[in-house]
Design a protein around this ligand. Structure first.
Ligand SMILES: Cc1cc2nc3c(=O)[nH]c(=O)nc-3n(C[C@H](O)[C@H](O)[C@H](O)COP(=O)(O)O)c2cc1C
Length: 159
């Protein structure tokens, strides 16, 4: 039977992360950062666009205020531990590219790293942003798209 619940109780029932991404951003003082993101979506067909929602406490939020590009990474089958690292440590404290031994090469948009073991990467330029409570939604226009024929998308385990 349908009943009124508080938000966390009702949301727990449908909160089953499945597709999870990471975003690469450029640090204000050079180098790059990675953040795990569940809150993302495709928002336009032509031009292709993705929106990501980034918490105001995240170092990635600071990075995006400064350098208006991100690379949306769809992880490959071997990147589970990198998703855990990028989603639990802050780029303020560690360099996630070296800690995670991330294999990458420079992309075409501001040299944002393309992750060799990802299933796909989309280099985006931020075209607009909207504050959404304690997060901000950054809408990025895809400038360059990469995909890896040998990799399958990693799906976050459902429980
Ligand atoms: C599965 C998963 C999904 C997440 N999704 C988001 C998200 O959509 N937006 C967000 O701001 N943080 C999200 N986080 C939390 C950040 O990834 C985490 O706080 C990270 O350490 C921030 O890194 P930074 O400080 O280097 O930016 C998620 C974490 C996990 C494990």
């Amino acid at each position: 039977m349908m009943k009124i619940h508080n938000f966390p109780e009702a949301h727990a029932k449908v909160h089953l992360p499945s597709k999870v991404t990471m975003a690469v951003t450029e640090k204000p003082d050079g180098g790059y950062n990675l953040i795990t993101l569940e809150w993302f979506m495709r928002t336009s067909i032509d031009p292709p666009m993705f929106a990501i929602s980034v918490g105001h406490t995240r170092y990635s939020y600071e990075c995006l205020q400064d350098v208006r590009y991100f690379n949306l990474v769809f992880p490959g089958s071997t990147q589970k531990s990198l998703l855990a690292l990028a989603g639990s440590k802050s780029g303020r404290d560690i360099d996630k590219f070296s800690a995670g031994e991330v294999a990458s090469f420079p992309g075409k948009l501001h040299k944002l790293p393309i992750l060799k073991d990802a299933a796909a990467c989309f280099e985006c330029e931020v075209v607009t942003q909207v504050k959404s409570g304690d997060h901000t939604i950054f809408v990025g226009e895809v400038k360059h798209s990469w995909s890896n024929e040998e990799e399958q998308l990693f799906f976050y385990p459902k429980n």
